[in-house]
Design a protein around this ligand. Structure first.
Ligand code: ADP
Length: 316
């Protein structure tokens, strides 16, 4: 049976319980009223029976019936809301998981097929040096994407089981310069402009800083047109270290800025989306920033695009 059918059955059962309970409550009230009226008639003939006491007892019972009914009705309503919420969130998680599986399969297949083709071409054909260089560059780009995809899946799996951060004093400027060089090699046609202060030392986990930087640069490249530059800044202001990655892509709507930090979340739907991805990058970035007690801000770039700004506390 489909989940939607289960939901309707659940709603039907809850409505039946509420209707049955209301009916029993009304019946109980009517019987109590009848008994009360009879007792009042009897009180005219029996001396021991005090009409005032009888009315007091009746009012007490009436309050009890109404109070219990209200608590019971509210409990059912709250449990129904909670169950509906759990149900909707399960549907949501399943949908995101399905999207994720589809995109992972697609993301794994595409670079593997392209790498295979490039290798076959290089092996079989006697190509000129410049053509070979182009193909090797494309292979490098594809393998970088493949590597980052596998790394992200592994990181999320580790994060689910509690990720071990190894905090130590690191030179963030050195790591950033090294990662930028790597991206410049992998995406040689892209313009990456940097303004990186030197001697920027923070207490952080080296591996997760690499993941954070790689995911931010990867997104900036992926979501902006190839002719537009990506700008990377690292600066120290007072006791804060600020890393920002700015692109000139489509930008991110205000209403989506929180959503994109969720696991598997991707803007738009599978049919209309042009870029491939898994929706894990920003989830990983946010987890890492939180683990380092930093702040992540998603700002609008002018005239277009977005700026991902991360603030860490500088070590003293
Ligand atoms: P993925 O890129 O694999 O989809 P992310 O978690 O990195 O996963 O990003 C989640 C979503 O946020 C993306 O699907 C995209 O819609 C949006 N996004 C991320 N970075 C940018 C960016 N620099 N510009 C515009 N949209 C972005």
């Amino acid at each position: 049976m489909s989940k939607i059918k289960y939901r309707y059955i659940h709603i039907l059962i809850v409505f039946y319980i509420i209707a049955a309970f209301t009916w029993w409550a009304i019946l109980l009230y009517q019987r109590t009223l009848e008994i009360h009226e009879l007792q009042l008639v009897l009180a005219n003939f029996v001396e021991d029976m005090d009409p005032e006491e009888i009315t007091k007892e009746f009012l007490k019972q009436k309050r009890m019936i109404m109070g219990e009914g209200l608590v019971f009705g509210l409990s059912i309503l709250v449990s129904m809301i909670l169950m509906s919420k759990a149900f909707l969130s399960e549907i949501n998680v399943n949908r995101k998981l399905n999207n994720f599986l589809l995109s992972v399969t697609h993301e794994l297949k595409t670079p593997i097929a392209s790498l295979k083709l490039i290798l076959q071409t290089l092996y079989k054909k006697d190509l000129e040096m410049s053509k070979c260089k182009d193909l090797i560059e494309t292979a490098h780009e594809e393998s970088t994407r493949l590597e980052s995809l596998v790394n992200n899946i592994l990181t999320v799996a580790q994060m689910d089981q509690s990720y071990n951060y190894n905090f130590e004093m690191i030179r963030l400027d050195n790591i950033l310069n090294e990662r930028v060089t790597r991206f410049r090699t992998a995406y040689s046609e892209r313009k990456i402009i940097t303004e990186i202060n030197s001697n920027v030392e923070i207490k952080a986990d080296r591996e997760s800083m690499i993941k954070l930087i790689d995911n931010l640069i990867d997104n900036a490249i992926k979501y902006s047109p190839s002719e537009k530059p990506v700008r990377i800044f690292l600066q120290t202001i007072a006791n804060q270290v600020i890393l920002s990655i700015a692109d000139q892509g489509p930008g991110i709507e205000e209403s989506e800025k929180d959503n994109i930090l969720e696991k598997f979340y991707r803007i738009g739907n599978e049919e209309t989306r042009k870029t491939s991805g898994t929706g894990l990058g920003l989830f990983i970035i946010n987890e890492i920033v939180n683990a380092h007690k930093g702040h992540l801000r998603i700002k609008d770039n002018h005239p277009e695009g977005s700026i991902f700004e991360i603030e860490f506390l500088k070590s003293s």
